[in-house]
Structures are given as C-alpha cells and as structure tokens.
Write a new protein. Sequence first.
Length: 210
Amino acid sequence: MKIGIIGAGNMGSAFARRLTAAGHEVAITARNPDEARQAAEQAGPKARAVPQGEVAEGTDLLVLAVPFGQAAKALKAVRNTDGKAVVDISNPLNEEGSALVVGHTTSAAEEIQRSAPGVKVVKAFNTVFAQILGAPAPDSGAKAQVFYAGDDAGAKDTVRRVIESASFEAVDAGALANARYLEPLGMLNIWLGYAGERGTGVAPAWRQVA
C-alpha cells in the first residue's frame, strides 16, 4: 500500500519506520523539510520526503501525525485529498499535556472531519506510544491493540489492513463519534505512562476474560 504521512515528529517518524518495515511505500512531509528528509532516511529506501501539498499524490491512505491544534491547517495544505481515508492519531491535549481540550460532546476526530468534509476520517493509534509504534514488530507473543473508529466502511477496512500489516491487533471501536471515548483512553494511557511511572511500553487492551 502507498501511504502518506503528514508530520515528521516522534509519531510520524515512528509510523514511517513501522510501515516501511511492513512493506508499504511511504511519502512523508513536514513544515520543516529537513525533518521530513531525516525521517525518510531513517525509515529506509521505501520512504521518501515530499512537499506538503503533494503528500496525498498516488496514496491509498493519509496518516495525520500532527498535534490536534495543527491538524486542520495541515490537512488543508495538502492537495487532492477528496475521498481519501485519513487516520487521525491525535489526543487533543492542552499545552501542559495534563487534560483534553475537547470531549464528551465532540472529539478531535469529529472536529477534523468537520473541517475537511471531503475526506474520510478514521480515529486510530491514539492509544499507542511512539516508542511502541517505532519498535520492530514482535516475533511472537501478545500484540498491542489498536482501536479504530470511523463512519466509512471502506476507509475503516483500509485502516484495519494497515494495522494488521504492521503486526498490531485491530479492534473495531465503531462509529467516529466513539472517538469521544478513545481520546480519554489515550489521555489515561499518557497519565499511566508518565505520571503513573509505568513508562512508554504500555498500551490499553480489551481482553475476553469470561
């Protein structure tokens, strides 16, 4: 699959490494072109840095790997996004990273969808730390779960296939409105990882126990 990544920070760079290792072709962009080039070089020959406006060209999927506050503007800077599946990975944190700025009646994913009605937003990967995402896929044992939620069945299926190809367990979390629950779960994971001192090797999972 050909995948475009918007953002070359910790998460964008981690996506580039994990997705190219899974055999996907990756185009990555960032406001700072040098960061995009560095991320592409680290990811290997299946990754390339491209100008921001061109990252959607020829791709099957876009990953929006920027903070929530930058998401709408970053997506609008990209040409030819109509009909594209777009993965929103953000947690809408305040500047201190201590709380969410939206929730209960809306979500970051829904706000991004409203700002760009021509795309098909799917919430996913917001409960996975960059350290897990960028690590080599496990050879055996339990896979980290990735919850995904969206309103378009085709876009959700594309995201599910990407999740599974990268050696994660895909968990269908329903409609895009359920991002209102996934984002607080991401906030709890951040708290457990940092304030709770469990580290960034943790991720939430739903297991059948009875």
